[in-house]
Design a binder for this molecule. Sequence first.
Ligand code: SF4
Ligand code: SF4
Length: 342
Amino acid sequence: MFARMARRAGTEPYREYYSRHPSLQGIDDRMRGMPLLGEPGGQFYHSSIMGEANRFFSDIALIRPDDATVHLFANRLRNARDPSATVKGILRELGAVAAGCTSLDVSLVYSHKGRFDADYGRPVELNHPIVILFLVEMDYAQMRSAPRAETLRESARQYYRAAAISKTLSAVLHECGYDATSHHDAHYDLILPGLAVRAGLGELGRNNILVADRFGSRVRIGAVSTTMALRIDRQVDLGVDHFCRICRKCARSCPARALSFGDKSDVRGVAKWGTHVEQCYSYWRSVGTDCGICMAVCPFSHRTSWFHTLIRFVIRRASWSHRWAHFFDQAFYGKSWKGVRQ
Ligand code: SF4
Ligand code: SF4
């Protein structure tokens, strides 16, 4: 959607894109006419909070990894007995809450650049066999405000944090003699949720977002692809796939009715729950934020505590527990999103 929204009438990329997708031109032009995220006109516009969010987004381009930090980590990695564990340790020190590695699957690499007019249509060439993926946590209290302005600020803060981490790790790998590319906000050559699943960081839920251990959907994903040989992690089964078949809370709570209540379907060759992306994004433009309700409402996204850790453990081990876990989640937290004004 962001690449589609970046097209401007009268430019060659606009003409080229809609000559291939004429059915999308009308709806996309209508959405382009709506207020921008974080700008005046959206239902939940708040000048100072949006100002902070916009600064986080614009400052991502200015992030330069600190030289001393890069040297320190590069020395550690050069002398590491277990480079895979060392890379993950570095990511945790930089602020990631989880990390994993997988091999690069070309089906999860974008075929062409699309976000900026300058390189629009250029084929993506990425000859890195390994992808390192990591998660940063979205703050629980901030996400309780979804879909208000605080949610956009929290997204922006975590996009910034993920970019700082991936740029730093990329610099560390370069200093160690490997090729590496940081994949961060507006500069993704990879489809990260599918790769994060393969790297053992979680499962894809009905909300079509990664559902991770301990944090549920309250995460943003960062990645670095590299030529460094690292150990591949195994996929995990957290019980999400089965739980989602019973739950449907995200679909019930979605104000745009963009999520599926039904079974998985074939989406470009992959069995998954579909998302009506135009309905979702159109809602974002009407409220002026990135909504976040389906991230916040997910029962796996509850605050990390001993109690919720125990429930997650039981859900992971015993599918018979899913119905009662779902029942008690509804009893305590409600059948759909209520949210809290900050
Ligand atoms: S972000 Fe909001 S509008 Fe989009 S699918 Fe999730 S709940 Fe629905
Ligand atoms: S809210 Fe329920 S159905 Fe939606 S992703 Fe979370 S567990 Fe799955």
